[in-house]
Write a protein of this length. Structure first.
Length: 575
């Protein structure tokens, strides 16, 4: 059971260290998973509802071993990079386990990527093999690959060669066995899997050479400028993070966790898959991509005890027209993360969805990802207003963005993290690694946060998102939290726009609840006398939704750019 980090004597500065009573796991993922299988071979490990696939722990181990053997049969060796370009399915978790077992580095590729982006990602890390969905909705992944490498039409599977993808030798497409047209130059996943031997003696031989500190996963971070960076994570990074996340949720072998968040992101593969696999719990995928209705249906059908999601997902579930038809009474816990969690939404989730023990988690890909998390024991007022306490075996501090001094409790500054979770580095990018991780091992997150006297952390925004209006520092998160209180507001995002007089002015994009009406004057009257005049948004727009990434992160820079174009605003030039 995870110990709370809060202490009886108040913190005198914004520096906190996690508990160390439970030791870190110092074995690779494959060894830890095999030990879990030995303890409960017949426990249900995986339910992929949309595929109608179920695996016990023993069955998942057998198929992961079979796939690991098949990957070695492709000529791959320890340290080679293998990409996966897919939404959620059983093949994804098999790849996660199989690659870890034989020391291959799994490269998570965003399903939203298009031709230029996937070309960059595959070449940046030198992927030798790629496992891909054939298509999803309007995305034809195999057609995009053929656009990059038309030469493959005459190539043999496993012997691919291309001018634009010089490292890639094998492409495997995820098929339904026996269905779909053949793809010249490419191999079916079902055939690859069938070629493996679960008893392959090479698996044990390779496992004996692996270390927990070996890199095992690359995830591309989505920056707003420049090319994505490949955050490289080790067995030790993500296995321990998954374990302590599960501890905070009090996961057991009786728990069944519904995972509608994408596996290509840490939220799905660490907070979801690894949190379950380190506790003998059951992984449940409701669908390949997020759909509120199938989440509600799957929670009911599979009697899930846990549910993950970003705030926008929980809002979509709560406001679904059929929400009240479903029995969600088995739910107990889960995680809301990925973007700031509105207090009012959190309260509705806890009451209307029975998630009385839901937790909040905060982190970033570069820290595997969670640094802070509330637990099921966290007092209610802290659970709805903070991201909890520092995780075990980690340190967090809040510093002045300029100067680096640790600030006093309650004072905002940049949050930094240090400990086992900090990434191995950005793949083949020492300069950007050194920019992110200082000489003392602190990962600088770029997030603005406060820490109270009990060690509870609150994220108040991004350093780049802070709005300075007429010399006043304004944190958009504060305005968003206030506007969420309006009974007709379903969702809201606040950004700063350039202004010749004040430097910046606030703009609010508001999503109105179904069946409700709102005007700009309604919003301003709601603010009047409740918040300072300079915090009242000058620009208000009513929208149906926000631009966001596949993982549900709001892309505020796109809101800002669109409004600047609409209003004909230009950034003030500085000397």
């Amino acid at each position: 059971m995870r110990a709370e980090t809060s202490q009886s004597t108040p913190f005198t500065c914004s520096l906190a260290q996690g508990a160390t009573d439970v030791p870190l796991i110092e074995v690779p993922i494959g060894a830890f998973f095999d030990a879990m299988v030995a303890r409960q071979p017949d426990g249900e490990a995986l339910v992929s509802a949309h595929q109608r696939v179920r695996y016990s722990y023993r069955e998942l181990q057998r198929e992961a071993n079979r796939l690991a053997s098949a990957l070695l049969g492709l000529g791959l060796v320890v340290g080679d990079r293998v990409g996966i370009w897919s939404h959620n399915n059983a093949e994804w978790v098999l790849m996660q386990l199989a690659t870890a077992k034989v020391g291959l580095i799994l490269v998570n590729i965003n399903p939203a990527y298009r031709v230029a982006e996937v070309e960059y990602a595959l070449n940046k890390v030198g992927c030798k093999a790629l496992v891909s969905m054939a298509s999803f909705k309007t995305s034809d992944y195999l057609a995009m690959l053929r656009e990059l490498a038309p030469e493959w039409v005459h190539a043999k599977p496993g012997c691919l060669a291309s001018g634009r993808l010089p490292h890639l030798q094998t492409v495997v497409w995820i098929d339904v066995a026996g269905q779909g047209d053949e793809q010249p130059g490419m191999q079916r996943f079902s055939e690859l899997l069938a070629s493996g031997n679960p008893q392959d003696p090479r698996l044990g031989q390779i496992a004996a050479t692996l270390k927990s500190t070996d890199p095992i996963n690359i995830q591309f971070t989505s920056g707003t400028t420049g090319f994505p960076k490949g955050a490289t994570l080790t067995h030790r990074n993500i296995l321990n993070n998954g374990f302590f996340i599960g501890e905070a949720m009090r996961l057991t072998r009786e728990d069944r966790l519904c995972i509608p968040v994408p596996l290509y992101h840490c939220f799905g593969m660490v907070l979801g898959n690894l949190a379950c696999l380190t506790h003998g719990s059951t992984i449940v995928y409701p669908n390949d991509g997020f759909d509120a209705l199938t989440v509600l249906q799957t929670v009911q059908d599979e009697r899930c005890t846990g549910l993950h999601g970003v705030p926008t997902m929980f809002i979509a579930e709560l406001d679904h027209p059929r929400f009240k038809e479903f029995d969600l009474s088995t739910l107990r816990t889960g995680i809301m993360a990925g973007s700031p969690c509105p207090t009012e939404v959190m309260k509705r989730v806890m009451t209307d969805m029975h998630l009385s023990q839901i937790t909040i988690a905060y982190g970033m890909t570069e820290t595997s990802p969670v640094s802070c998390q509330s637990s099921v024991d966290t007092p209610l007022e802290k659970r709805v207003s903070t991201v909890g306490l520092v995780q075990p075996h980690l340190e967090v501090k809040i510093i002045q963005p300029e100067g680096g001094d640790i600030v006093a409790p309650g004072v905002s500054g940049e949050l930094c993290t240090r400990g086992y979770s900090v990434m191995h580095g950005y793949w083949d990018d020492a300069p950007r690694t050194q920019e992110a991780i200082d000489l003392e091992g602190w990962m600088h997150t770029g997030d603005l946060a406060t820490m109270d006297s009990g060690g509870y952390v609150n994220i108040v925004g991004r350093i780049k998102d802070m709005v300075i209006r007429g010399g006043e520092n304004i944190y958009p998160r504060e305005i968003e939290e206030f506007l969420y209180r309006h009974p007709s507001v379903q969702d809201v995002q606040v950004v700063g726009l350039p202004d010749k007089r004040y430097g910046e002015e606030l703009c609010a994009w508001v999503v109105i609840k179904p069946g409700k009406t709102l005007t700009e004057d309604d919003i301003r009257n709601f603010c009047k006398g409740q918040i300072a005049h300079y915090k009242v948004p000058r620009y208000i727009r009513f929208v149906s939704g926000f631009p966001m990434t596949v993982t549900g992160k709001i892309q505020k820079f796109r809101i800002r750019d669109e409004m600047k174009n609409q209003l004909g605003l230009e950034e003030e030039k500085t000397a």
